[in-house]
Design a protein around this ligand. Structure first.
Ligand SMILES: *Cc1c(COP(=O)(O)O)cnc(C)c1O
Length: 224
């Protein structure tokens, strides 16, 4: 399928989910995850109108950034080793995977301006998932006030790989509750307005539960 046709279908689903949840389409940013695909396929997504792109590895990001540059907004969505921060931090628009203080320190050292970051939370309790425990999130965010290049714009999570819709929904609604808790504190370094959640198989549910940034790879650009 060409990307334009996939995009059309996804846009329809986004609108349906918004209607169902009584939300505005403008509240939702679609991030096209291009980690599986070539530069050519990524260009096709750009031409179809996808303006936000997501990559989870430094190499994939660097190749595509070199070809596309500031024609797209760049989201880094994968776990990030501290030693790689200097090579990418001033090229991205948002980091979705802030999960430890040592990473915040390195970003603070290398970034030329404040970086909008999502704190990644492991809401499913699966050991294989990245991110911190929900109960650690608030004190972690408080500690981030020390680092003036870190701006906590929201929380990010990945739903567990299960079939049960209720389990997936609960994961998303738990993240929303945690976001509300942080937002209520009105920390100046952590407005925490956004929720990065929802992928190819669960983005409609994520939108119904409050997602503002959805990250879609395989259903948009395919796997290869
Ligand atoms: C790969 C990936 C996605 C996209 O996954 P799909 O299921 O292909 O849509 C979203 N978020 C993260 C963090 C990813 O690594």
């Amino acid at each position: 399928m060409d990307v334009a046709a996939n995009l059309n279908h996804i846009q329809q689903n986004i609108e349906d989910a918004c209607r169902k949840a009584g939300r505005n389409r403008e509240e939702i940013t679609l991030i096209g995850v291009t980690k599986y695909v070539t530069i050519e396929r990524t260009m096709e997504a750009l031409e179809a109108g996808v303006r936000n792109l997501g990559e989870n590895r430094l190499q994939g990001f660097s190749e595509k950034y070199e070809a596309i540059g500031d024609k797209a907004k760049w989201h880094f969505i994968g776990s990030l080793q501290s030693r790689k921060v200097k090579d990418m931090i001033n090229k991205i628009d948002m980091l979705h995977s802030l999960d430890r203080i040592s990473l915040a320190k390195e970003i603070n050292k290398r970034a030329e301006k404040p970086i909008p970051c999502f704190v990644q939370i492991n809401t499913s309790g699966e050991a294989s998932k990245q991110g911190m425990e929900p109960k650690e999130a608030l004190s972690f965010i408080v500690e981030l006030a020390k680092y003036d290049k870190i701006k906590v714009v929201g929380l990010m999570t990945m739903a567990p790989f299960v079939e049960e819709e209720t389990v997936i929904r609960e994961t998303f609604s738990r993240l929303r509750q945690l976001r509300d808790e942080v937002k209520e504190k009105r920390y100046s370094h952590a407005p925490c307005d956004y929720l990065s959640m929802g992928m190819s198989n669960d983005y409609q549910l994520a939108i119904e539960e409050g997602a503002t940034h959805i990250r879609i790879g395989s259903k948009l650009v395919g796997q290869k």
